[in-house]
Design a protein around this ligand. Sequence first.
Ligand code: AMP
Ligand code: GLY
Length: 424
Amino acid sequence: MQVLLIGSGAREHALARALAADPDVSAVHAAPGNPGIAAVAHCVTAAPDPTDGEGMAQLAVDLGVDLVVVGPEGPLVAGVADAVRDRGIACFGPSAQAARLEGSKAFAKEVMAEAGVPTALCHVATTPEQVAAALEATGAPYVVKDDGLAAGKGVVVTDDHERATSHAAACLARPGGTVVVEEFLDGPEISVFCLTDGTTVVPLAPAQDFKRVGDGDTGPNTGGMGAYSPLPWAPDGLVQEVLDRVARPTVELMHRRGTPFTGVLYVGLALTSRGPRVVEFNARFGDPETQAVLARLRTPLAQLLLAAAEGRLAEAPPLAWHDEAAVTVVVASEGYPDAPVTGRPVRGVETASALDDVQVLHAGTGTRDGELVSTGGRVLSVVGTGPDLRTARDRAYAGVACIELEGSHHRTDIAERAAAEETP
Ligand code: AMP
Ligand code: GLY
């Protein structure tokens, strides 16, 4: 089988590696891909814009692929999966309508309410007066979210009323500006990726993401600074509860509404004292959690995603996992997330990759005069694997220590508490 993978981040690098390792796969094409992906896949030169559905569908036809896998949310919300399926090619990723579970937080909340999914109480506001009333009703800490896609940066959680109000005002100022104000959820957060063909749901191993830029969960939210899997501290039966109370009811409701969801339903949860509550849905694999989860998956990925895309997930054999832990640490550019400085040389990738049980996955990298340079905020994901989290973590950080990028930063506490057998 030939596969076309859309995207260019470290998540896509992890997907490309796993797809290329599937014995059924003869070629992986990536549009646009990145310099790391180029080692395992053919990167399409002059690829269409990732959100150009017709362009991507034509590319899939021209390449003669059997499966298209869409990495990021932008193309999904823009309808790329619809355009590919319209040309008769299997696509792993939801339709634009179904991707609204990620594309609109207000829509996701509506679906959760209708499906009886446990989540934070919320208020949807379109005027400053409604925002003020919602903040009054929830009280501090305030959780204020932009309704639309914002690359993980549309959410402000703060005790400062002034800051909550000004973030809401900035969101309202955007065209069609809508704000979601939520009850604050306390407790560790986890991510569960649920593969679905629209009917059957197959969960992957849970992971934990570190969203804040600084050690100890300080500083602004980012796209994600690191992740690990498995979660030794998680309660027994957690994944089953997520399936029964969240993923299956949501998938069933989307089916009943006539907008079936195919692809990966990313369930972001807070494990509160009153039980798991959904913090967010995404319509695609999480980044950087995927880098840790796929490092542990033994089941051939392309066959699994093709089964999901073709409505055959019920026939797929149970997933097989390596009995190993994986830890991902993101190396970010100076100034990330506010104002990343790019265009600087990135060195040491080969040295890090040569370490045992270390993979270096590319995100914001490019080449200039034959040299690897930074091109984005999150530059690399360094993944360590090992028999336990402590070993996996040590290996990931040994890899990070090899990387030279002026001004770069990373968190030093990824998986630290879990490796010490504490609950985060
Ligand atoms: P979201 O884009 O909805 O995933 O939110 C990004 C991050 O903001 C989450 O991962 C949480 O860390 C935080 N967050 C979102 N909603 C809440 C909430 N209701 N209570 C506490 N923290 C939240
Ligand atoms: N790791 C968070 C996300 O992918 O949205």
